[in-house]
Design a protein around this ligand. Structure first.
Ligand SMILES: Cc1ncc(COP(=O)(O)O)c(C=O)c1O
Length: 386
């Protein structure tokens, strides 16, 4: 057993100790930190990219879900927690992802730690991008399969490893389509080509892509037109969809298998009906309102242009997630503090969330941000990122 006091002191000394500080939401992407009510901050750390969390249609859907079904679903889906709204949601997700069927999970973490161990075990192989989210990594470790990590987005490296280690059986390749802490995008078409050439299963986590990319918000999978080449299209409802929970879409057989084998699905209470109803409304809304997506992309482009015009030369990536690399945790916290003094709430992302020495400020642009907010943020960043 680790010595708690020692561990906490060590973390405190190296600037790695985390703590909770409640925020009070003021709506429209504004918040105040509890205890500091005088200062309203612009939130640049939210994953509510399309500003759907407070959209009246989602709120009305949640109310209706509560009214019709009650506050909780009362049991796991395979017991008596299986409600019509879960099925409606799964059908809508399957259509969005161009798949036959879908299955919902309590959260993205639960989805990844349930799906991967259901598919592969001790004598199997997983090829996983080195920057995959902790939930994917934990799912891989939990499976007991042999884990081979390839260099981030490096398909030559993946191909080399496939040639060297593939062996018999069907390995699993797992990637994110938009990386959560780097904001870059995986070369999905080439990955599909590789997985087909080497006879693997391909799982893509679209947590940060669904709603933001694709003509209907179906993610990079939709935008790249590779629906049929992706065996497992996983994603969450807690980010651009403004709600909570997660899903995986796949063919009928795959989903039937997972609902019989994914332990985080089987042994956990079904999503609360109000949450499932809000997620369903969000899935419908992102398809009915492509203008939301367009508005978000215009804001992203504006922010990046302001930074470039101000002389910022590092790569700003292709998405709404923009990392500003600082290096050391302490220095990153200091910069986040400076931004806070200027009215902006930005997350200082530190190890173990990101590799050692790559602590960063992670900006996420949402539809809440006005051009004035974005100009203010770009100006402040140019001053602190020398
Ligand atoms: C890529 C990725 N996958 C999965 C998750 C986990 O999703 P959830 O927050 O719903 O547990 C996250 C959350 O940050 C993520 O970024």
């Amino acid at each position: 057993m680790v010595d708690l006091k020692d561990w906490l002191n060590q973390q405190r000394e190296k600037g790695g100790l985390r703590s909770l500080r409640p925020v009070i939401r003021r709506g429209k992407g504004r918040l105040v930190l509890a205890g500091d009510d005088a200062r309203e901050l612009i939130d640049f750390s939210s994953n509510d990219y399309l500003a759907l969390a407070e959209h009246p249609i989602l709120i009305a859907a949640a109310h209706e879900g509560l009214r019709r079904f009650g506050a909780g679903s009362g049991a796991a889906r395979l017991m008596s927690g299986d409600l019509a709204v879960h099925h409606d949601l799964e059908e809508a997700v399957a259509r969005l992802k161009g798949k036959e069927n879908a299955l919902t999970f309590g959260s993205g973490y639960m989805a990844n730690t349930g799906i991967i161990p259901a598919l592969v075990a001790r004598h199997d192989l997983i090829f996983s991008d080195r920057l995959n989210h902790a939930s994917i990594h934990d799912g891989c470790r939990l499976s007991g399969a042999r884990l081979v990590r390839f260099r981030h987005n490096d398909l030559n490296h993946l191909e080399e490893l496939l040639k060297e280690k593939r062996g018999a059986g069907t390995p699993l390749i797992v990637v994110e389509s938009i990386y959560s802490m780097d904001g870059d995008r995986c070369p999905l078409r080439e990955l599909v080509e590789l997985k087909e050439r080497f006879g693997c299963l391909l799982m893509v986590d679209e947590a940060h892509a669904t709603g933001v990319f694709g003509a209907n918000g179906g993610g990079v999978i939709e935008e790249d037109g590779v629906g049929s080449g992706v065996d497992l299209a996983m994603g969450t409802f807690g980010k651009a969809l403004g709600s909570y929970g997660a899903y995986v879409a796949g063919n009928r057989e795959m989903i039937e298998y997972l609902l019989n084998r994914a332990r985080s699905f089987i042994f956990s209470t079904a999503l609360p009906p109000a949450v499932a109803a809000a997620s369903l409304a969000a899935v419908q809304l992102i398809q009915q309102e492509p203008a939301f997506r367009q508005e978000l992309h215009e804001k992203i482009a504006y922010f990046k242009t302001m930074l470039r015009n101000g002389g910022y030369s590092a790569d700003l990536g292709p998405s709404q997630i923009i990392p500003f690399l600082v290096g050391k945790s302490g220095a990153t916290l200091d910069k986040a503090g400076l931004l806070r003094k200027q009215g902006m709430f930005v997350t200082a992302v530190r190890p173990p969330t990101v590799p050692d020495g790559t602590a960063r400020l992670r900006f996420s642009i949402t539809r809440h941000h006005s051009t004035a907010d974005l100009a203010q943020a770009a100006k402040a960043l140019l001053e602190i990122m020398d």
